[in-house]
Design a protein around this ligand. Structure first.
Ligand code: GAL
Length: 819
């Protein structure tokens, strides 16, 4: 409806403009027509070359070696006829194997696992997938009418060390794989008939930034941004709410305007605050003089009456619509989403909107089954949704995240601890920190900044000096949020903690460090930035060093964290800890603790890398939600174990749980909050049932049964309809079941997929941390009963039919509409 309305308004304005300015020859802006800035998605139709290209020659070809501008076209284009004297040198930057891809793209995930220490410096931590150098290029046209605007390109994230040329001109280099980069293309573009434009990007992913799988390539979105030369600067608004009460919230809006014209401009800035009903307030500042090639920051204030407060339970957002008027012409419009909420950290805990608000958080890396780090937006949304269903209200990034993730946390209601990657006050380090702060400081979901995680120089003299610089930089850019560091040592050394607003404790439960420090340091505000690190392999109940599996029955656990759910007992007992960020919500590639090869994936998640829940998931759901939970495990398929002792474990938030084997009560146990219950049973195949009691009444049940052999496949898609946008994705859970429809918990059948209609399979997974099967494939083995397939819609409408088959099993299919 809104869209139709906007289109109508546009045409009315157009008509008016034509009537008022019938004489042509005036630019759009001189005619007073609203020029809407354009943020064009630039993800589609890139070409990708795996491997290095002799760059010296490309640089020469770019005019850097004294060649004329006409030679710029030698940057590879398939159909350009080039009269070039040295054919051999031309060939090197005209490889034959450019492959068309769309971004987000991660080429590392397409590789083959290899246990070779000579490949990359840390093959285990990054998941035994070779990295390397690769190239991307894209041809594009810019209309002649765009001449005179400012055109820039924004990369949300390239892993890593990217160098960018446009039409042969070297534009720059960006090292970090986690912060965005931006290049002004205005001067080097060819407009209209001048010819096509070519962008070439070298990505060198050989170095690492962390100790986990980081992928390689243009793995986040790319945008082409077109504005008037007089415009709101990149990340140019800062909206805060200095005072908030039930009756009103004051709103402070700081806008940075940039004039890239050769002449000074007389500007009017109009900011409208918009809620879901419409404009609630307009504030206008006129007669602003901006010199040529200058920027100014303009402060404006407003008030929102009876503000709707943002919280994970009520994620209400407001919007600032910024209008920049050059004399009488509207030359730029810009939107900023924000929320009204208060945050406070003190000696008693974390307070959101004035109420104690323990954060139920998880720490996470960004990869996922089937696709590595190249996540379509829908998969980020899917991961967040699974976390919310587990009762989470917090998310900790281990490095600057993709901007869409923060937009989703704003609108879904998830608090974010946003973390800087490197403890570095070098020019490069500060640039990365500042970019994160300027980009992310309007998000209501971001409630605290972290400067670093477990850097070895925590507590050292140098560490303190660097930290001080980072903290001061952060305070100056965003005084509204506290600053922490996620620390595993050095908290009581040399005054490191004193530099911080909030002292972050990674694994502070060891010898109750966070409780003791709270008592011993009367000024210190503490927060539990990381906990748990419980390791388990989904559906495995024995440690298997050969295969790289860890039992889910707590038979081995790292000595630095407690068992699932037990960490929450501390937060309840000591609310001054503020909350916690469990390591981790999902398994991720790399860091295959405690194993090495053949294990290639971590086991820390309470969900596996596909998002299938492990048993520990229920410990958190029991701790974090009021829904009655009883979850018993292991499975009850133990051929050959008849008569042996098989303990049954249970996570619950009920008061009592009664266990039944084949209908006979084995006894009732009183639950101790956040602790697991265990019954010792003699194994007999059949049915295990658990009943959870509150106030003496059965409030929930769990049931597991010994199954018969695998007989059929079922498919469950999270979407029945996808958008025909070439991006939307359906997540399809594949289960192997017996003839009675029960998931066979030890099934490992190979499932083969085929697809018809306007969609494609972009990846598969199964949660097996030692699987060396390719993720980009049309088949996958089930792992302990399940696997996963991701289907992406094309741009055509129609119906996708995904079929799953397996030898000896009854196959199945699922239909997904593409609209
Ligand atoms: C933490 C660290 C994480 C991860 C985890 C594994 O100390 O911050 O990145 O390595 O340990 O337990």
């Amino acid at each position: 409806m809104n869209r139709i309305f906007n289109v109508l308004i546009f045409f009315v304005l157009l008509l008016l403009a034509i009537l008022i300015f019938p004489v042509t020859g005036l630019t759009q802006s001189q005619q007073g027509i609203a020029f809407k800035r354009v943020k064009e998605n630039f993800d589609q139709r890139w070409q990708f070359h795996k491997g290095d290209i002799a760059m010296k020659r490309v640089v020469q070809a770019g005019g850097q070696g004294g060649l004329t501008d006409t030679n710029v076209n030698v940057i590879p284009t398939k159909d350009t006829v080039i009269d070039y004297t040295n054919e051999n040198s031309f060939k090197v930057f005209y490889p034959e194997d450019w492959k068309e891809i769309n971004v987000p793209h991660d080429w590392v995930i397409e590789g083959t696992f290899v246990n070779d220490n000579t490949l990359g410096s840390q093959p285990a931590v990054s998941g035994y997938l070779p990295t390397g150098i690769s190239f991307y290029r894209k041809e594009f046209q810019i209309q002649a009418t765009e001449s005179g605007r400012k055109i820039s390109i924004e990369f949300d994230g390239i892993f890593r060390n990217s160098t960018v040329w446009v039409n042969g001109h070297l534009l720059g280099n960006h090292a970090s794989g986690y912060t965005p980069s931006n290049y002004d293309l205005t001067d080097v573009l060819r407009y209209g008939d001048e010819g096509k434009n070519v962008i070439l990007i070298k990505v060198d992913a050989r170095e690492y930034e962390g100790w986990w799988y980081e992928g390689g390539g243009i793995y986040r979105h790319v945008w082409l941004v077109k504005t008037d030369k007089l415009h709101v600067d990149r990340f140019g608004t800062y909206v805060t709410t200095p005072s908030v009460s039930a009756d009103q919230a004051s709103v402070s809006i700081k806008t940075t305007l940039s004039n890239e014209y050769k002449t000074p401009r007389n500007v009017t800035l109009l900011s409208k605050i918009i809620d879901h009903h419409g404009v609630v307030l307009e504030t206008k500042t006129s007669s602003l003089q901006i010199n040529s090639f200058s920027k100014i920051e303009v402060s404006q204030q407003g008030t929102i009456l009876k503000p709707m407060l943002w919280s994970p339970e009520t994620p209400t957002l407001y919007k600032i619509l910024t209008e920049v008027w050059d004399d009488k012409n509207l030359v730029d419009t810009y939107e900023t989403m924000f929320g009204v909420r208060t945050i406070e950290f003190n000696r008693n805990g974390f307070f959101l909107n004035g109420k104690l608000y323990p954060v139920k958080g998880t720490s996470n890396h960004q990869d996922f089954a089937g696709i590595g780090v190249a996540l379509p937006d829908k998969i980020n949304w899917y991961k967040l949704k699974l976390l919310k269903e587990a009762g989470c209200n917090g998310y900790r990034t281990h490095h600057p995240s993709t901007p869409e993730l923060l937009h989703m946390c704003d609108s879904m209601g998830i608090l974010v601890l946003a973390e800087n990657r490197h403890l570095s006050s070098s020019e490069e380090g500060l640039k990365d920190l500042k970019t994160m702060l300027y980009r992310d400081r309007n998000h209501p979901c971001v409630f605290i900044w972290s400067m670093e995680n477990e850097e070895c120089i925590q507590g050292s003299v140098t560490g303190i000096r660097i930290l001080e610089t980072l903290v001061e930089t952060t305070h100056s850019i965003d005084p509204t949020r506290p600053v922490t560091a996620a620390m595993n040592h050095g908290r009581n050394e040399g005054g490191y903690s004193e530099v911080l607003d909030v002292v972050g404790y990674n694994y502070g439960d060891k010898k109750m460090a966070y409780v003791k420090d709270h008592e011993n340091h009367p000024e210190r505000i503490v927060f539990c930035t990381e906990s748990t690190s419980f390791i388990s392999t989904r559906g495995e109940y024995e440690n298997n060093w050969g295969k790289g599996y860890v039992s889910s029955l707590s038979k081995w656990a790292p000595d630095w964290g407690p068992f699932p759910g037990e960490d929450w007992a501390d937060i309840v007992k000591y609310p001054f800890l503020g909350g916690t960020f469990v390591w981790t919500g999902f398994d991720y590639r790399g860091e295959p603790t405690p194993y090495r090869w053949p294990c290639v994936t971590s086991h820390f998640g309470f969900m596996d890398i596909c998002g299938f829940p492990k048993d520990g998931y229920y410990a958190y759901k029991a701790a974090w939600t009021n829904n009655p939970i009883v979850h018993i495990f292991p499975h009850w398929n133990w051929p050959g174990k008849d008569g042996e002792n098989v303990p049954v474990h249970c996570y619950t938030n009920c008061e009592e749980v009664e266990l039944f084997l084949n209908g006979k009560s084995i006894g009732k146990q009183k639950a101790v909050p956040y602790k697991k219950l265990v019954w010792n049973l003699t194994y007999t195949p059949g049915t295990l049932q658990a009943k959870g009691y509150r106030d003496g009444k059965v409030v929930t049940k769990d049931l597991i049964e010994t199954t018969t052999a695998p007989s059929q496949i079922t498919l469950a898609s999270n979407s029945t309809v996808l958008a025909a946008d070439g991006c939307d994705v359906a997540v399809i859970r594949v289960a192997v079941k017996d003839a009675k429809g029960r998931v066979v918990p030890i099934a490992d059948n190979l499932i083969t997929f085929s697809i018809e209609g306007p969609g494609k399979i972009i990846g598969t997974g199964n949660g097996d941390p030692s699987s060396h099967e390719p993720d980009k494939a049309m088949q996958r083995k089930a792992f302990n009963g399940y696997c996963l397939v991701l289907v992406q819609a094309d741009k055509q409408v129609g119906e996708i039919r995904l079929t799953a088959r397996s030898e000896k099993l009854k196959g199945n299919e699922v239909m997904i509409k593409v609209k």
